[in-house]
Design a protein around this ligand. Structure first.
Ligand code: IPE
Length: 250
């Protein structure tokens, strides 16, 4: 039986120290990398911005919907993400994972309405050839806006159908979707189930927080899990830790 195909997002706050600008959380990255190295799955890895992307995006007033035409600002955001990407790819390679970087700035764009197009063929082909493509949140061309932020979550949603993913995992610093009492919700079948509990994103996160994740994964039609770093090994071993987002056609 061929191995399952899995798209895994490592949240920026999982692999960086969110309160210290441009600092990799080396210990946390190593733990994540060790879990990935154990996996038999055909993996596509996506990572977020954490302390590399978000403060640059904030500084230049860029979000997923509001862009900039300042090339230096755009490059500052992109460069920070490329630097983090390099750290992730090198850590994976050092653990024996055949990781290679894929940079969305050169492969994705948005139309005026914000709809994303992503050239997925390089990712598909790398995967077929036994590599682990590692993509990252980035800035991308956006019709009428200059460049806007592309989040790792959006990449996951775009990539999962392209690579015919069997499962999707979002590893973030929280152990799943939390209810009003702070307990992990086992399963979400519709946004209304958790609408009251999932508030807006915190101030430094320019790309949507838990509500956006849940909405996007529900629409995806591929089984998805949201879980914390401690559960990454279990997820990659085929278990369903944290919150299951059922998804599927509406
Ligand atoms: C953000 O990506 C990328 C930039 C700010 C350029 P994400 O929104 O996926 O990052 P995290 O996971 O929340 O840190």
């Amino acid at each position: 039986m061929s191995p399952e195909t899995v798209v895994l997002k490592l949240g920026g706050s999982v692999v960086t120290e969110k309160d210290r600008p441009e600092t990799v959380d080396t210990a946390a990255l190593q733990r994540a990398v060790a879990a990935v190295a154990e996996s038999d799955a055909a993996l596509v890895v996506v990572h977020g911005g954490g302390s590399f992307g978000h403060h640059h995006a904030d500084e230049h007033g860029v979000s997923t919907t509001t862009g900039t035409r300042d090339p230096e600002g755009a490059l500052a955001i992109h460069d920070a993400m490329v630097e983090l990407n390099r750290a992730v790819v090198e850590a994976l390679q050092a653990a024996g994972v055949a990781a290679l970087p894929v940079q969305p700035l050169s492969a994705a764009a948005r139309d005026e309405g914000g709809a994303l197009s992503l050239a997925t063929e390089p990712v598909e082909r790398l995967l077929d050839e036994g590599f682990v493509p590692v993509l990252h949140g980035d800035v991308i061309a956006h019709e009428g806006e200059g460049v806007t932020v592309l989040s790792g979550d959006e990449l996951v949603v775009a990539l999962a159908p392209a690579v015919d993913a069997d499962r999707v995992g979002l590893c973030s610093t929280v152990p799943g979707v939390l209810d009003d009492a702070g307990s992990v919700v086992d399963r979400v079948d519709a946004f209304a189930d958790v609408a009251d509990a999932v508030g807006d994103s915190d101030a430094t996160d320019v790309t949507g927080g838990m509500a956006g994740k849940v909405r996007a994964l529900l629409a995806l039609g591929v089984p998805a899990q949201i879980f914390g770093p401690d559960a990454l090994g279990a997820f990659l071993a085929g278990e369903a830790p944290g919150t299951t987002i059922a998804g599927g056609p509406e």
